[in-house]
Design a protein around this ligand. Structure first.
Ligand SMILES: N[C@@H](Cc1c[nH]c[nH+]1)C(=O)O
Length: 402
């Protein structure tokens, strides 16, 4: 046998046994919370026409997409991001709808990053999108839902960093930067590469006072009191309105009681270009990257023919699990059911017992006693905690030790 057949490619992995039980548990907790806010499940395809994720849409760069062709010669791409698919789906089935739409979804996303980055190329995401709702109340609902969902999974140390892309865009417009330069600058600022940003601004001969505000973005605000000082730095309407939106958002978050998890950062920018307003990222300790990302995208649906505002988020389920494990908060998933061992003459009694257990909602696996050792070993390997019983012909059960 070719041993290399047992390996998976870089960036994808198997999940089994107790780890998978924990993953399902976390998914259920997230899903239950999202449902409590009235979000309806939707399922979009794992691959779409390439155009759904093209440059104009503003999602993952084309170089990081898994692209392939169908027999008709269409270019297809594996989903790197749920949001464009949801936007397409909403435009297709709810074109004439004017009332708010709430969707939730979960599944894999795929990004073809370099192996050197050591990142998973297939991750499990669960997310929610609130469409046709332009209000600040919608922004607050999304952020508060993120907090509640993560708390429900067992995470307590949470930090939701909130920014507003219009603050940055307002200054860029005032400074006369074209879109290409704006995107470059955004990437430098996101990567906290201030030398790169400075060089770019000098090269573009940006007025000193604008350059100073752009370079100081990350340090500008941490708390709400500082929002006032961020206002003083700018005199363009777009940036001022962005701050006013954050102030209003903070007031609604207080009504939810989630404001203590929130801090503001006007240097928070996202590589996705479809964001048009409030954006946010959620952090906890144990994982370097954000475990949640989201924001407002009021123009994306118009690419699919429907003019409608929207906001949403995704939780990276794999990262939530990693955080829980690093924080020693592995969810307790309870017993995974029973192994019922039978001898050649106790099969009938064992089947009866198994049926009784199943009727009461307990999982029961029937096994010949001859494989007792092997089965226990397999359970141990997957770190499953299952009770084991030997069933005798008279129906009596003998508890087996692991
Ligand atoms: N799809 C975005 C998150 C998001 C959902 N809705 C709005 N934004 C991401 O993958 O980062």
């Amino acid at each position: 046998m070719n041993k290399s057949l047992l390996h998976t490619p870089e960036g994808v992995r198997d999940v089994y046994g107790e780890e998978y039980a924990r993953k399902l548990f976390v998914e259920k907790k997230l899903h239950d919370t999202i449902h409590l806010y009235g979000y309806q499940d939707i399922q979009t395809p794992t691959f779409e026409f390439f155009d759904v994720y093209s440059k104009e849409i503003g999602t993952t760069p084309s170089s990081q997409l898994y692209k392939f062709f169908d027999k008709e010669g269409n270019t297809l791409a594996l989903r790197p991001d749920f949001t464009p698919s949801c936007a397409r789906c909403a435009a297709k089935y709810f074109m004439d709808e004017t009332a708010p739409l709430r969707f939730t979804y979960s599944g894999s996303t795929f990004t073809n990053t370099s192996n050197l980055q050591g990142k998973l190329k297939e991750v499990t995401q669960m997310g929610a999108e609130l469409m046709l709702e332009p209000s600040v109340e919608a922004d607050a609902e999304m952020i508060s839902l993120v907090v509640e969902a993560l708390k429900n999974c067992g995470l307590t140390d949470l930090q939701i960093t909130v920014g507003e892309v219009e603050y940055f865009k307002g200054i860029c417009a005032q400074a006369g930067l074209n879109e290409e330069v704006e995107l470059k600058l955004r990437d430098f600022i996101s990567a906290k590469n201030y030398f790169g940003a400075q060089e770019l601004l000098e090269e573009q001969r940006v007025r000193k006072d604008y350059a100073q505000v752009l370079l100081g973005l990350a340090d500008l605000v941490k708390g709400t009191q500082d929002l006032e000082s961020a206002k003083m730095q700018v005199d363009n309407e777009r940036s001022l309105q962005a701050i006013e939106r954050l102030e209003a958002l903070y007031e609604v978050l207080k009504k939810y009681g989630t404001e203590k998890y929130v801090s503001f950062d006007l240097g928070l920018l996202n590589q996705y270009n479809y964001y048009t307003g409030v954006i946010f990222k959620g952090y906890t300790y144990g994982v370097g990257d954000a475990i949640v990302t989201g924001g407002r995208y009021d123009k994306l649906l118009s690419y699919f023919g429907k003019n409608a505002p929207a906001i949403g988020f995704v939780v990276v389920v794999d990262d939530v699990l990693e955080a829980l494990s690093r924080q020693n908060k592995k969810p307790h998933t309870g017993l995974d059911g029973c192994l019922l061992f039978y001898t050649p003459d106790s099969y009938d009694a064992a089947l009866k017992k198994a049926n009784q257990l199943r009727l009461s909602g307990v999982s029961a696996e029937l096994l010949p006693v001859s494989c007792k050792q092997d089965c226990r070993r397999a359970d141990l390997r997957g770190r499953l905690r299952r009770e084991a019983m030997l069933i005798h012909a008279d129906g009596s059960c003998e508890q087996l030790k692991s």
